[in-house]
Design a protein around this ligand. Structure first.
Ligand SMILES: O=P(O)(O)OC[C@H]1O[C@H](O[C@H]2O[C@H](CO)[C@@H](O)[C@H](O)[C@H]2O)[C@H](O)[C@@H](O)[C@@H]1O
Length: 371
């Protein structure tokens, strides 16, 4: 009796908390997004993840709500997040179905870093992943070939992840350390692909933008000096790409910063700009992205032409859409977006935030070890 009462009170508190968060996030239907709206949606997500994400995750974890679809149902605005979730259902809610679909197939796991394995934070140098997350990724990698594909430099993401049994690609896939030779896999015999990868050999680098490296270095130096006067602006060396962060820049200086970056790039026509989460990303204009990196890994793993492979890709950023598209066009695999707001995406499934990614990965590892 007391237990029931306690449970009801806790549930009410959480419901109240969640509705406050939903208000703060300002859910909007994705189908009616104009360019302007898309930008403000991104802004809302930033605010939500910065202020409310951790608190909400704490509450969900405290209740051990693995399937939170009920708690997330927005009754006052059924056309927004709830309808988006109908089109991009929770990968946790669908977990059993997804695993049924994976029987007899070889799962290969691809993970983005920022916003997926680690929460978005103000200081890019402090975007640490939790020990829990590291352990979950490690367990997954023992069961399935696993690669991290990040916009960061490969070295930096490796320093954050600190695992030796995963493959790494940095610079949005332009710096890959791939398996030295196709990995021979055991016949899955109708079971999940569970070839353990306990250690990683040195691998072979693949760097399709290598010839642009001297220009990247030049641009980096120029940008560092040109943006020095803008308080909060930060230039990050991502190997073959550069990030100019404006998360801590006063809003009235956004335009000035953007103009400076654009003026530098006028002298480097072979480079292009993309906007990420409060970051301008500069990269060589070559036809190579996270989707190509995914295909490259499959190729070097010796799995590319296999009809029964099942790539699972989890990511939260616009650059991850290229990988989602590849999975969609292969017609095999699970593209999963990490988002707490409706977004236009090629992903088929969703997870709200890194805390849900953690639960998903933990379940994935358990499923395999229980086979
Ligand atoms: O492909 P990713 O691994 O997701 O990398 C994309 C960018 O992630 C990082 O920036 C983002 O996360 C930071 C830390 O949470 C945050 O401060 C920043 O505002 C976000 O944009 C990274 O620092 C960038 O270089 C990557 O391009």
């Amino acid at each position: 009796m007391n237990y029931m009462f306690l449970l009801m009170v806790t549930f009410k508190i959480i419901k109240k908390k969640l509705s406050k968060i939903q208000e703060a996030v300002g859910f909007r239907p994705s189908h009616s997004c104009s360019k302007q709206k898309v930008q403000s949606v991104w802004k809302s997500k930033e605010e939500a993840s910065d202020h409310d994400g951790l608190e909400r995750s704490f509450f969900l974890r405290a209740l051990n709500l693995i399937d939170n679809s009920v708690a997330l149902h927005d009754e006052s605005n059924p056309s927004s997040y709830a309808s988006w979730m109908m089109r991009h259902p929770s990968a946790l809610r669908c977990f059993d179905g997804l695993m049924k679909g994976a029987i007899g197939k070889r799962i290969v796991v691809f993970l983005d870093y920022d916003g997926t394995l680690s929460p978005i934070v103000n200081d890019p140098d402090r975007a640490f992943m939790s020990d829990e997350m590291r352990a979950a990724v490690c367990e997954v990698a023992k069961c399935f070939p696993t690669a991290i594909i990040s916009g960061r430099s490969r070295d930096k993401v490796k320093v954050f992840v600190k695992l030796s049994n995963v493959y790494y690609a940095g610079s949005h896939g332009m710096d890959i350390m791939a398996p030295a030779m196709p990995v021979r896999s055991s016949n899955s015999n109708g079971k999940h692909y569970n070839r353990a990868l306990n250690t990683m050999d040195d691998g072979v680098p693949f760097q399709p933008a290598k010839k642009y490296l001297p220009a990247v270095r030049e641009i980096l130096t120029i940008l560092q000096s040109k943006t020095r006067g803008i308080q909060g602006a930060r230039v990050e060396d991502n190997g073959f790409c550069i990030s100019v962060h404006f998360r801590q820049v006063q809003q009235e200086n956004y335009g000035i910063l953007e103009e400076k970056v654009k003026s530098v790039l006028e002298n480097y026509p072979e480079f292009c700009l993309n906007e990420g989460k409060k970051v301008i990303e500069i990269r060589p204009s070559i036809k190579w992205n996270k989707g190509h990196a995914l295909e490259y890994f499959l190729e070097t793993l010796g799995l590319s032409s296999s009809s029964n492979i099942l790539p699972v890709y989890i990511g939260d950023d616009r650059t991850d859409e290229d990988a989602f598209k590849v999975i969609q066009s292969r017609g095999q695999g699970y593209p999963i977006i990490v988002s707490s707001i409706p977004r236009d995406t090629q992903a088929l499934y969703s997870l709200r935030d890194p805390s849900e990614v953690l639960i998903f990965l933990s379940r994935l590892a358990k499923i395999s070890s229980s086979k």
